[in-house]
Ligand binder design. Structure first.
Ligand SMILES: Nc1ncnc2c1ncn2[C@@H]1O[C@H](COP(=O)(O)OP(=O)(O)OP(=O)(O)O)[C@@H](O)[C@H]1O
Ligand SMILES: [Mg+2]
Length: 391
């Protein structure tokens, strides 16, 4: 399937931000396409808000350029950039009705009355608050207030809306609902959304593409599926979802660990990415791709033997820790047949685990970084680890 890619809505070239001696965004290139739901995902303090503020013009880059729809806006003030931003902590005007809150910007721009009314009604319709125009913000629930803020952000139909952790203040259930709503809204209006979050699940659910950031760098830009299944670095593998990261070395075309010997890993794929014999690597295996064999004698050849060190029942699945020759592997077991067999076992029971070669993704042991913070994102812990999401 060949699709013509949509035109570029936002293009960043060599964008950099330094506060004093602290470089918080490192020279960074990024293309965000028209109509895309594009997420920027990364831990607290990695530079997400700073990057957003440079796109909006609230912050001027130390170096580099910002283009919107093919036009260099590096020197253009925010009000003349065709965008709107919804902040991490937004505020509605408490004394104005919902309608007037949404209409505010259009009034400032002296939009003709009839047009203003149509646009405000459309925006309220979009966020499903058509009947709430007369209410004051304090007569709304948290989720409804959030919707008003969204209506306000899109009412002027800017080309780009930037949203900085807009759901942060909401409880878990409301957050989930709003994720669907936001996605639906974005589809309906076709506006490019740039969405900042440190919640990996949120990014995976809503985005067309995700940029994973760490310490001022974009480490990978890809679709949610590729970010999850084909992480390009140890940091990305460990940050998105939970992942077993098994230290190993490439020897004679195999991945060999110090304790468990050769383990299944996709060496052919690693070779295409320049990882050759002698390289220190980690083999990244998702817990749901590991099969647990309650009877080690019946396990396939190449399975790794171990003992159960911990089990947690989660309803639809079990999370099981298996200690195997110096490795602690996390295994996700669906509560079906295997789950039932597992329930009958005790901690300390001998089991085996296996996974397919394709499930073992080989990554450099130390993330490649350039500049002065080399190695800072890859804390190589002594011994094997299972790094969960750092959210
Ligand atoms: N005006 C400023 N002056 C000095 N340092 C700043 C300024 N703004 C941000 N920083 C620093 O830049 C780094 C990145 O901050 P930023 O707000 O972009 O992070 P973030 O990824 O949005 O984090 P969070 O998820 O917590 O919102 C932080 O170390 C922060 O302390
Ligand atoms: Mg922030």
């Amino acid at each position: 399937m060949t699709e013509t890619p949509a035109p570029v809505a936002v293009r960043l070239r060599g964008i950099t931000k330094t506060f004093g001696s602290n470089t918080v965004v490192r020279p960074l290139d990024l293309d965000i396409r028209d109509g895309e739901f594009f997420s920027i995902l990364g831990p607290s303090g990695c530079g997400k808000t700073t990057l957003m503020r440079m796109i909006t013009g609230f912050e001027s880059p130390t170096d580099g350029s910002v283009e919107l729809a093919g036009r260099d806006v590096s020197k253009v003030p925010t009000r003349d950039r065709d965008l709107n931003m919804l902040f991490q902590s937004y505020a509605l005007f408490p004394h104005l009705s919902v309608y007037e809150n949404v209409a505010f910007e259009l009034r400032v721009r002296r939009t003709p009355k009839a047009e203003l009314d149509t646009r405000v009604r459309e925006a309220l319709e979009l966020v499903r608050l058509a009947d709430f125009g007369d209410r004051k913000p304090n007569e709304l629930s948290g989720g409804q207030r959030q919707r008003v803020a969204l209506a306000r952000a899109v009412v002027g139909r800017p080309a780009v809306v930037l949203l900085d952790e807009p759901l942060g203040a909401l409880d878990q259930k409301l957050r989930k609902e709003m994720q669907f709503e936001l996605k639906r809204m974005q589809r309906e209006v076709g506006i490019t959304f740039i969405y900042v979050t440190h919640d990996q699940e949120e990014a995976l659910t809503m985005s067309d593409r995700i940029a994973v950031m760490s310490e001022g760098r974009v480490l990978q830009v890809a679709s949610p599926i590729d970010i999850y299944d084909a992480p390009a670095s140890r940091f990305v593998a460990g940050f998105i979802g939970s992942c077993n990261l098994i230290p190993a070395r490439l020897e004679a075309g195999r991945a060999v660990t110090s304790g468990a010997g050769a383990i299944p890993a996709d060496t052919a794929e690693a070779a295409t990415r320049g990882l050759a014999d002698g390289a220190e690597v980690v083999v990244a295996v998702r817990p749901e791709r590991v099969t647990l064999h309650a009877d080690p004698a019946a396990a396939p050849a190449g399975a790794v033997r171990g003992v159960i060190s911990a089990r947690v029942f989660l309803g639809d699945e079990w999370t099981v820790h298996v200690d195997a020759q110096g490795l602690t592997l996390t295994v996700q077991v669906p509560s079906g047949e295997t789950g039932a067999a597992l329930a009958a076992l005790a901690d300390g029971a001998e089991v085996a685990v296996s996974w397919t070669t394709a499930a073992g993704r080989i990554l450099p042991a130390v993330d490649q970084t350039s500049g002065d913070a080399a190695g800072a994102t890859a804390t190589v812990t002594a011994g094997p680890t299972s790094e969960g999401a750092a959210a």
